[in-house]
Design a protein around this ligand. Structure first.
Ligand code: DGY
Length: 324
Protein backbone atom coordinates (compact mmCIF):
# COMPACT_ATOMS: atom_id res chain seq x y z
CA UNK A 1 0.00 0.00 0.00
CA UNK A 2 1.45 3.36 -0.98
CA UNK A 3 1.64 5.97 1.74
CA UNK A 4 -0.16 9.19 0.84
CA UNK A 5 1.53 12.56 1.48
CA UNK A 6 0.35 14.25 4.65
CA UNK A 7 -0.94 17.81 4.24
CA UNK A 8 -2.33 20.21 6.80
CA UNK A 9 -4.95 22.91 6.15
CA UNK A 10 -4.71 25.52 8.88
CA UNK A 11 -8.32 26.67 8.27
CA UNK A 12 -11.46 25.12 6.77
CA UNK A 13 -11.67 25.40 2.95
CA UNK A 14 -14.70 24.97 0.68
CA UNK A 15 -16.24 21.50 0.71
CA UNK A 16 -15.35 20.92 -2.95
CA UNK A 17 -11.64 21.54 -2.39
CA UNK A 18 -11.50 19.65 0.89
CA UNK A 19 -13.08 16.63 -0.82
CA UNK A 20 -10.70 16.89 -3.77
CA UNK A 21 -7.65 17.03 -1.50
CA UNK A 22 -8.95 14.19 0.69
CA UNK A 23 -9.20 11.99 -2.42
CA UNK A 24 -5.46 12.43 -3.02
CA UNK A 25 -3.76 13.04 0.31
CA UNK A 26 -3.88 12.28 3.98
CA UNK A 27 -5.42 15.62 5.01
CA UNK A 28 -5.40 17.11 8.51
CA UNK A 29 -8.12 19.75 8.90
CA UNK A 30 -8.33 22.34 11.64
CA UNK A 31 -11.90 21.39 12.62
CA UNK A 32 -12.32 24.36 15.00
CA UNK A 33 -11.32 26.79 12.25
CA UNK A 34 -9.56 29.17 14.65
CA UNK A 35 -5.97 30.30 14.03
CA UNK A 36 -3.44 27.70 15.14
CA UNK A 37 -0.91 28.63 17.81
CA UNK A 38 2.81 28.84 17.07
CA UNK A 39 3.30 25.58 18.98
CA UNK A 40 0.63 23.85 16.90
CA UNK A 41 2.22 25.15 13.69
CA UNK A 42 5.65 23.92 14.74
CA UNK A 43 4.21 20.49 15.57
CA UNK A 44 2.44 20.44 12.20
CA UNK A 45 5.76 21.20 10.47
CA UNK A 46 7.17 18.02 11.97
CA UNK A 47 4.22 15.81 11.07
CA UNK A 48 3.26 16.83 7.52
CA UNK A 49 4.79 17.05 4.06
CA UNK A 50 2.91 20.22 3.12
CA UNK A 51 1.54 23.05 5.24
CA UNK A 52 -1.29 25.08 3.70
CA UNK A 53 -1.66 28.32 5.70
CA UNK A 54 -3.62 31.52 5.19
CA UNK A 55 -3.09 35.18 6.01
CA UNK A 56 -4.11 34.44 9.63
CA UNK A 57 -1.04 32.28 10.26
CA UNK A 58 2.36 33.70 11.13
CA UNK A 59 4.84 31.47 9.37
CA UNK A 60 8.01 32.94 10.81
CA UNK A 61 11.62 31.77 11.15
CA UNK A 62 10.83 29.86 14.36
CA UNK A 63 8.08 27.86 12.63
CA UNK A 64 10.10 27.27 9.46
CA UNK A 65 13.29 26.40 11.31
CA UNK A 66 11.78 23.86 13.69
CA UNK A 67 13.96 20.83 14.43
CA UNK A 68 13.02 17.52 12.76
CA UNK A 69 10.94 19.36 10.17
CA UNK A 70 9.12 17.26 7.59
CA UNK A 71 7.35 19.99 5.57
CA UNK A 72 8.97 20.70 2.19
CA UNK A 73 6.26 22.90 0.66
CA UNK A 74 4.15 25.75 2.00
CA UNK A 75 1.06 25.99 -0.22
CA UNK A 76 -0.40 29.33 0.83
CA UNK A 77 -4.14 29.86 0.36
CA UNK A 78 -4.08 33.47 -0.84
CA UNK A 79 -2.01 35.72 -3.04
CA UNK A 80 -0.44 37.89 -0.31
CA UNK A 81 2.52 36.21 1.36
CA UNK A 82 3.81 38.86 3.78
CA UNK A 83 2.86 36.56 6.73
CA UNK A 84 5.53 34.07 5.55
CA UNK A 85 9.24 34.67 6.18
CA UNK A 86 10.47 33.93 2.66
CA UNK A 87 14.13 34.42 3.58
CA UNK A 88 13.82 31.73 6.28
CA UNK A 89 11.94 29.46 3.86
CA UNK A 90 14.76 29.79 1.33
CA UNK A 91 17.36 29.20 4.00
CA UNK A 92 15.65 25.93 4.97
CA UNK A 93 15.03 24.92 1.36
CA UNK A 94 11.24 25.01 1.75
CA UNK A 95 9.28 25.89 -1.40
CA UNK A 96 6.41 28.42 -1.13
CA UNK A 97 3.50 28.92 -3.52
CA UNK A 98 0.54 31.34 -3.55
CA UNK A 99 -2.73 31.70 -5.51
CA UNK A 100 -2.54 34.60 -7.97
CA UNK A 101 -4.94 35.31 -10.88
CA UNK A 102 -7.99 33.44 -9.58
CA UNK A 103 -8.96 36.17 -7.12
CA UNK A 104 -8.19 39.19 -9.29
CA UNK A 105 -11.73 40.04 -10.51
CA UNK A 106 -13.32 39.29 -7.13
CA UNK A 107 -10.93 41.48 -5.20
CA UNK A 108 -11.24 44.28 -7.75
CA UNK A 109 -15.03 44.00 -7.34
CA UNK A 110 -14.63 44.54 -3.62
CA UNK A 111 -12.45 47.60 -4.17
CA UNK A 112 -15.23 48.98 -6.38
CA UNK A 113 -17.82 48.10 -3.73
CA UNK A 114 -15.89 50.07 -1.12
CA UNK A 115 -15.35 52.91 -3.57
CA UNK A 116 -19.10 53.16 -4.15
CA UNK A 117 -20.04 52.70 -0.50
CA UNK A 118 -17.58 55.32 0.67
CA UNK A 119 -18.32 57.92 -2.01
CA UNK A 120 -22.11 57.43 -1.73
CA UNK A 121 -22.14 57.12 2.07
CA UNK A 122 -23.95 53.79 1.89
CA UNK A 123 -22.83 52.58 5.31
CA UNK A 124 -24.08 55.74 6.97
CA UNK A 125 -27.39 55.45 5.14
CA UNK A 126 -27.96 51.85 6.14
CA UNK A 127 -27.07 52.52 9.77
CA UNK A 128 -29.45 55.48 9.88
CA UNK A 129 -32.31 53.50 8.37
CA UNK A 130 -31.84 50.43 10.58
CA UNK A 131 -31.67 52.63 13.68
CA UNK A 132 -35.07 54.14 12.78
CA UNK A 133 -33.52 57.60 12.35
CA UNK A 134 -34.55 58.10 8.70
CA UNK A 135 -37.10 60.91 8.48
CA UNK A 136 -37.72 60.66 4.73
CA UNK A 137 -36.41 62.02 1.42
CA UNK A 138 -35.00 65.52 1.26
CA UNK A 139 -32.74 67.32 -1.23
CA UNK A 140 -29.75 67.61 1.10
CA UNK A 141 -29.90 64.19 2.72
CA UNK A 142 -26.63 62.19 2.85
CA UNK A 143 -25.15 63.74 -0.26
CA UNK A 144 -22.12 61.88 -1.53
CA UNK A 145 -19.74 62.37 -4.42
CA UNK A 146 -20.13 61.39 -8.08
CA UNK A 147 -17.44 59.43 -9.90
CA UNK A 148 -17.63 60.45 -13.57
CA UNK A 149 -14.58 62.47 -14.57
CA UNK A 150 -12.95 62.03 -11.15
CA UNK A 151 -9.46 60.60 -10.84
CA UNK A 152 -8.86 57.17 -9.33
CA UNK A 153 -5.27 56.99 -8.07
CA UNK A 154 -3.96 53.46 -7.71
CA UNK A 155 -1.00 52.73 -5.48
CA UNK A 156 0.58 49.63 -7.01
CA UNK A 157 -0.43 48.60 -10.53
CA UNK A 158 -0.47 44.80 -10.52
CA UNK A 159 -3.27 42.53 -11.67
CA UNK A 160 -5.90 43.61 -9.12
CA UNK A 161 -5.15 47.31 -9.57
CA UNK A 162 -5.37 47.02 -13.36
CA UNK A 163 -8.75 45.30 -13.20
CA UNK A 164 -10.01 47.84 -10.66
CA UNK A 165 -8.87 50.56 -13.06
CA UNK A 166 -10.72 48.92 -15.95
CA UNK A 167 -13.95 48.63 -13.99
CA UNK A 168 -13.76 52.18 -12.65
CA UNK A 169 -12.92 53.63 -16.06
CA UNK A 170 -15.38 51.67 -18.20
CA UNK A 171 -18.30 51.51 -15.77
CA UNK A 172 -18.03 54.88 -14.06
CA UNK A 173 -16.04 57.08 -16.43
CA UNK A 174 -13.21 57.66 -13.95
CA UNK A 175 -9.79 58.88 -15.07
CA UNK A 176 -6.98 56.55 -14.04
CA UNK A 177 -3.66 57.48 -12.46
CA UNK A 178 -1.18 55.21 -10.75
CA UNK A 179 2.09 54.99 -8.92
CA UNK A 180 4.18 51.84 -8.79
CA UNK A 181 7.82 50.84 -8.58
CA UNK A 182 7.87 50.09 -12.30
CA UNK A 183 5.96 51.87 -15.01
CA UNK A 184 3.52 49.56 -16.82
CA UNK A 185 3.85 48.71 -20.52
CA UNK A 186 2.32 51.23 -22.92
CA UNK A 187 -0.49 48.87 -24.02
CA UNK A 188 -1.56 48.31 -20.40
CA UNK A 189 -1.66 52.05 -19.76
CA UNK A 190 -3.55 52.61 -23.03
CA UNK A 191 -6.41 50.28 -21.99
CA UNK A 192 -7.64 52.82 -19.43
CA UNK A 193 -5.60 55.87 -20.42
CA UNK A 194 -3.71 55.38 -17.14
CA UNK A 195 -1.31 58.17 -16.24
CA UNK A 196 1.89 57.18 -14.41
CA UNK A 197 3.09 59.23 -11.44
CA UNK A 198 6.70 58.62 -10.48
CA UNK A 199 5.96 60.44 -7.22
CA UNK A 200 3.48 58.93 -4.75
CA UNK A 201 3.18 62.31 -3.05
CA UNK A 202 1.98 63.84 -6.30
CA UNK A 203 -0.47 61.03 -6.94
CA UNK A 204 -2.11 61.30 -3.52
CA UNK A 205 -2.38 65.09 -3.89
CA UNK A 206 -4.06 64.76 -7.30
CA UNK A 207 -6.43 61.81 -6.97
CA UNK A 208 -10.05 62.02 -5.85
CA UNK A 209 -10.10 58.38 -4.78
CA UNK A 210 -6.88 56.63 -3.72
CA UNK A 211 -6.99 52.84 -3.84
CA UNK A 212 -4.17 50.74 -2.36
CA UNK A 213 -2.98 47.63 -4.22
CA UNK A 214 0.64 47.22 -3.16
CA UNK A 215 1.97 44.20 -1.27
CA UNK A 216 2.30 44.28 2.52
CA UNK A 217 5.60 43.96 4.38
CA UNK A 218 8.42 46.15 5.60
CA UNK A 219 8.77 48.12 2.35
CA UNK A 220 5.19 49.39 2.39
CA UNK A 221 4.68 49.72 6.16
CA UNK A 222 2.77 52.99 6.81
CA UNK A 223 3.25 54.07 3.21
CA UNK A 224 0.12 56.12 3.79
CA UNK A 225 1.13 58.07 6.88
CA UNK A 226 0.12 61.39 8.42
CA UNK A 227 2.10 63.57 5.95
CA UNK A 228 0.64 61.72 2.94
CA UNK A 229 -2.87 61.94 4.38
CA UNK A 230 -2.26 65.66 4.81
CA UNK A 231 -1.42 65.97 1.11
CA UNK A 232 -4.78 64.50 0.06
CA UNK A 233 -7.68 66.67 -1.01
CA UNK A 234 -10.29 67.38 1.71
CA UNK A 235 -12.77 65.55 -0.54
CA UNK A 236 -10.47 62.55 -1.05
CA UNK A 237 -11.57 58.98 -0.34
CA UNK A 238 -9.06 56.27 0.62
CA UNK A 239 -9.73 52.60 -0.22
CA UNK A 240 -7.60 49.79 1.20
CA UNK A 241 -8.02 46.22 -0.02
CA UNK A 242 -4.26 45.49 0.16
CA UNK A 243 -2.85 45.03 3.66
CA UNK A 244 -3.71 46.92 6.84
CA UNK A 245 -0.19 48.02 7.84
CA UNK A 246 0.18 49.94 4.55
CA UNK A 247 -1.87 52.65 6.31
CA UNK A 248 -1.02 54.30 9.62
CA UNK A 249 -4.42 53.60 11.17
CA UNK A 250 -4.06 56.11 14.02
CA UNK A 251 -3.20 58.85 11.51
CA UNK A 252 -6.17 57.82 9.35
CA UNK A 253 -8.53 58.00 12.33
CA UNK A 254 -7.31 61.54 13.02
CA UNK A 255 -7.66 62.61 9.37
CA UNK A 256 -11.17 61.18 9.06
CA UNK A 257 -12.27 62.49 12.44
CA UNK A 258 -11.19 66.03 11.61
CA UNK A 259 -12.65 65.68 8.08
CA UNK A 260 -9.24 66.39 6.56
CA UNK A 261 -10.22 63.71 4.05
CA UNK A 262 -13.82 62.81 3.27
CA UNK A 263 -14.04 59.06 3.79
CA UNK A 264 -12.31 55.70 3.78
CA UNK A 265 -13.36 52.22 2.70
CA UNK A 266 -11.31 49.51 4.39
CA UNK A 267 -11.22 45.74 4.05
CA UNK A 268 -7.93 45.19 5.89
CA UNK A 269 -6.53 46.40 9.22
CA UNK A 270 -3.22 46.81 10.98
CA UNK A 271 -3.88 44.13 13.63
CA UNK A 272 -6.57 41.87 12.26
CA UNK A 273 -9.06 40.90 13.55
CA UNK A 274 -8.70 43.85 15.95
CA UNK A 275 -10.04 47.06 14.44
CA UNK A 276 -8.86 50.43 15.75
CA UNK A 277 -11.65 51.65 18.09
CA UNK A 278 -11.36 55.10 16.52
CA UNK A 279 -12.39 53.65 13.16
CA UNK A 280 -15.41 51.93 14.69
CA UNK A 281 -16.63 55.26 16.01
CA UNK A 282 -16.39 57.09 12.67
CA UNK A 283 -19.39 57.53 10.38
CA UNK A 284 -17.18 58.23 7.35
CA UNK A 285 -15.34 54.90 7.49
CA UNK A 286 -16.82 51.91 5.65
CA UNK A 287 -15.43 48.79 7.32
CA UNK A 288 -15.53 45.26 5.93
CA UNK A 289 -13.97 42.14 7.52
CA UNK A 290 -11.27 41.19 4.94
CA UNK A 291 -13.72 39.95 2.31
CA UNK A 292 -11.66 40.74 -0.83
CA UNK A 293 -11.73 37.25 -2.33
CA UNK A 294 -14.78 35.97 -0.46
CA UNK A 295 -17.03 34.43 -3.10
CA UNK A 296 -17.86 30.73 -3.25
CA UNK A 297 -16.37 30.46 -6.76
CA UNK A 298 -13.17 32.29 -5.94
CA UNK A 299 -12.48 30.54 -2.65
CA UNK A 300 -12.89 27.21 -4.46
CA UNK A 301 -10.64 28.39 -7.29
CA UNK A 302 -8.02 29.45 -4.75
CA UNK A 303 -8.10 26.03 -3.11
CA UNK A 304 -7.87 24.31 -6.50
CA UNK A 305 -4.88 26.50 -7.32
CA UNK A 306 -3.17 25.28 -4.16
CA UNK A 307 -4.09 21.72 -5.20
CA UNK A 308 -2.51 22.27 -8.64
CA UNK A 309 0.70 23.43 -6.99
CA UNK A 310 0.72 20.39 -4.70
CA UNK A 311 0.15 18.06 -7.66
CA UNK A 312 3.08 19.61 -9.53
CA UNK A 313 5.26 19.40 -6.44
CA UNK A 314 4.62 15.70 -5.87
CA UNK A 315 5.01 14.94 -9.59
CA UNK A 316 8.34 16.76 -9.63
CA UNK A 317 7.05 19.34 -12.15
CA UNK A 318 7.79 23.10 -12.02
CA UNK A 319 5.53 24.99 -9.59
CA UNK A 320 3.43 27.51 -11.51
CA UNK A 321 2.99 29.80 -8.50
CA UNK A 322 6.36 29.49 -6.82
CA UNK A 323 7.28 32.56 -4.81
CA UNK A 324 10.43 30.86 -3.55
C1 DGY B 1 -5.00 37.26 -0.22
O1 DGY B 1 -5.23 36.42 -1.08
O2 DGY B 1 -3.90 37.79 -0.09
C2 DGY B 1 -6.09 37.60 0.72
O3 DGY B 1 -5.89 38.85 1.30
C3 DGY B 1 -6.19 36.56 1.80
O4 DGY B 1 -4.92 36.23 2.20
Amino acid sequence: MSIRPRILLTRRWTREVEQHLASLYDVTRNEHDVPMTADELRKAMREHDVLCPTVTDRIDAAVLGVADRRVRLIGNFGVGINHIDLAAAKQHDIRVTNTPDVLTETTADLAILLLLMATRRAGEGERELRAGRWTGWRPTHLMGQGLAGKTLGLVGFGRIAQVTARKAHLAFGMKIAYHSRRRAAADIEAGTGAHFYASLDELVATADVISLHCPGGAETFHLIDAPRLARMKPTAVLINTARGPVVDEAALVAALGEMRIAAAGLDVYEEEPRVHPGLLALQNAVLLPHLGSATEETRTAMGMRVAANLAAFFAGRPLQDAVC
